[in-house]
Design a protein around this ligand. Structure first.
Ligand code: AHR
Length: 634
């Protein structure tokens, strides 16, 4: 752009602000993943925190003086990855006089603390069943309120003694937030059932096996340049038995492997690698899968964990297979549909490549000899076979710990293109460390600030992060990417206190931190100008940045005031060519202690207006505020 040449400045990363998604705080099952049934495949098992089992969240029901029994069995399952299923033995269906409603033997599921349905919307029911007795079994499928009022119902008749998928559509007559799904056999016999599922038809972009539309839209609105998934610590698990292995999370949902989650609950992997890549594509974000470096979280692997074997790392003699697993992901994502793994992507409905550019190896690992040995061979193998892929390494959990130093040394030695730094700390740290990256070596390993947040969701937290983000833009020639963490948190099911978006089954609460992230993320540039905004340089509470987006030509000003009084700033757009005389301005300001809640999510929201722009103008940055002004160039 001629403007840039005239004004000086520097190119910065076009992928700077993105999202960190981890299945923590019920972010996936019960959260972003729109499945309404909990424990749909009877694969729940105990965790350290919960006494779950394959029957959890299912209630056995026998309305109308009926009787029989249920059992969970494992012989001849649909797929070895999905070993448990429910058997319904219907011994007697009562037809006694004076029994209102249907008689039968069945099971009932109320989802994640009640299913939310809307009158007139369609809900897609599906289940796998296998007749264990000769005669077909008649099933009544319904949505019921806690008092037993039927809001929608349909009938299914089984037809075979092999596993078969049955589908039906339910349209409730009333809206209700506490609905249960009832599967009731109304004829005698024996039936095996598995993967009993109910999805709203209206998922994000109406994708089958899709995402909760309101939550996904909130993320899409941020226009993130990338999404990192599936964690966090979830990526490498707390032992080999629950390390996240991507191949277990693609293909038909009935063939995926469910497991205990490192955060003490359960993951169906219904939101798996295919869905993550699909969502990235749907919202124009680059996928950043983070694969384990074959070592579990912080070198853990305790036998005290449920199912824990004490094994911390993949044995060296199995590493060739593991390296192949990493290489296969790149083939699955990028190779033509005619390749072995590309064909699996095509079979899932995506013949075109996903254009994977980044692969993370390891998450916040302890930099032990076991880690180094494994990371090195994975990294070298990816580099040799796929020089087009940018590998993102890791440097431990703290900005100044021992792992950080060791991790950076390893990255320097191996010339790892990018490494992932993490820090959660006090808002004042963010204010006083705005120069952190000014002194980082250029033309060397770049930084992915993969997890950061100040401890809290009040305005002062959000604005301290905003100040820091202007410094990330200023250092966008060495900081390639950054993502706030964690992203989502379900009320009453959180393991991490400070999060970007809180939600329950019906409501969403974007925090002030969300709005800061959104204002930066939706207003990114790829060129940085350092001499456009003048402010009092001695006042650490003030921060500002100016970037240009080469696609639109727009100039974007960001001004931050972490102080308790409004402060003047001077903007000089001379040398930036012809700019429009009007611009869109968004201001987020409020009391330092202000925060949004589920009950009152609008305490602090950005206020949008159209303002007049001159070549040079003064701006008074309100106390505790972030202002973004987006100016069109002509
Ligand atoms: O974001 C929550 C957790 O914080 C992540 O799982 C982990 O990487 C970090 O310790």
């Amino acid at each position: 752009l001629t403007i840039q040449a005239a004004k000086g400045g520097k190119k910065i990363s076009p992928d700077l602000f993105g999202l960190f998604f981890e299945d923590i705080n019920y972010s996936a099952d019960g959260g972003l993943y729109a499945e309404l049934v909990q424990n749909r495949s009877f694969e729940y098992n105990p965790t350290e925190r919960r006494e779950w089992n394959p029957y959890s969240f299912w209630e056995y029901i026998t309305p109308g003086f009926s009787y029989g029994k249920i059992s969970v069995e494992t012989s001849s399952p649909i797929h070895p990855n999905n070993p448990h299923y429910m058997v319904l033995d219907i011994e007697h269906v009562g037809h006694e006089a004076n029994t209102p409603g249907l008689s039968g033997v069945g099971i009932k599921n109320s989802g994640f603390s009640g299913m939310v349905v809307k009158a007139g919307d369609k809900y897609n029911f599906s289940m796998f069943a296998r007749q264990l007795s000769k005669e077909p079994i008649e099933l009544n499928i319904s949505l019921q309120t806690p008092k037993g009022k039927v809001l929608a119902e349909t009938k299914i008749s089984t037809s075979t003694d092999s596993w078969n998928k049955y589908t039906a559509s339910l349209t409730p007559t009333e809206s209700n937030d506490t609905v249960s799904l009832v599967v009731l056999a109304t004829t005698k016999g024996k039936l095996a059932m598995d993967v009993i599922s109910l999805f709203p038809e209206k998922t994000f972009k109406n994708r089958p096996n899709g995402l909760r539309a309101d939550l996904a839209q909130l993320l899409a609105d941020m226009k993130p340049r990338f999404i990192r998934f599936p964690g966090g610590c979830l990526s490498h698990g707390d032992g080999l038995e629950n390390m996240y292995r991507w191949k277990n999370t693609i293909g038909p949902i009935e063939q995926r492997k469910e497991q205990r989650n490192i955060w003490g609950y359960h993951q169906t992997t219904g939101l798996g690698y295919f869905e993550y890549f699909q969502f990235c594509e749907d919202i124009g974000a680059k996928p950043l899968p983070v694969l384990p470096a074959a070592v579990s979280c912080q070198n853990s692997g305790g036998t005290w964990r449920v199912g824990g074997t004490g094994q911390k790392a993949i044995p060296m003699d199995e590493m060739q297979d593991y390296i192949q697993e990493v290489l296969d992901l790149i083939e699955w994502a990028n190779a033509p549909a005619t390749s072995t793994w590309g064909a699996k992507r095509a079979a899932a409905g995506h013949p075109a490549p996903f254009n994977l550019q980044y692969v993370g190896i390891g998450n916040e690992d302890k930099i032990t000899p076991e880690f180094e040995e494994r990371f090195k061979i994975i990294f070298n193998a990816v580099k040799a076979k796929h020089p087009e892929i940018t590998v993102v390494g890791t440097v431990g959990p703290s900005p100044d710990g021992e792992d950080f130093t060791k991790g950076w040394k390893l990255a320097d030695d191996l010339k790892v293109p990018v490494v992932d730094e993490h820090y959660y700390t006090d808002p004042n740290w963010f204010i006083s460390h705005q120069n952190r990256y000014d002194s980082y070596k250029r033309n060397a390993t770049e930084v992915y600030l993969g997890e950061y947040a100040s401890w809290g969701n009040k305005m002062r937290n959000a604005i301290s992060e905003a100040a820091y983000m202007t410094a990330l833009e200023r250092n966008g020639d060495v900081v390639r990417m950054a993502s706030y963490a964690p992203l989502l948190a379900k009320k009453d099911f959180t393991q991490w206190k400070t999060d970007m978006i809180f939600f329950d089954n019906t409501r969403i609460n974007p925090t002030p931190n969300y709005y800061v992230q959104k204002m930066f993320s939706a207003n990114q540039g790829d060129y940085y100008f350092d001499n456009v905004i003048q402010k009092d340089e001695k006042d650490a509470n003030l921060a500002a940045s100016c970037v240009q987006d080469s696609k639109t030509g727009d100039i974007i000003l960001k001004m931050v005031n972490f102080g308790s009084e409004s402060k003047p700033m001077k903007i000089n757009l001379k040398g930036l060519g012809n700019v429009s005389s009007k611009a869109e301005q968004n201001v987020l300001t409020g009391d330092a202690e202000a925060e949004n809640t589920l009950e009152n999510p609008q305490v602090v929201v950005p206020i949008k207006s159209i303002v007049k722009i001159k070549k040079a103008f003064d701006y008074s940055a309100p106390a505790m505020s972030l202002t973004v002004i987006r100016i069109k160039t002509k």
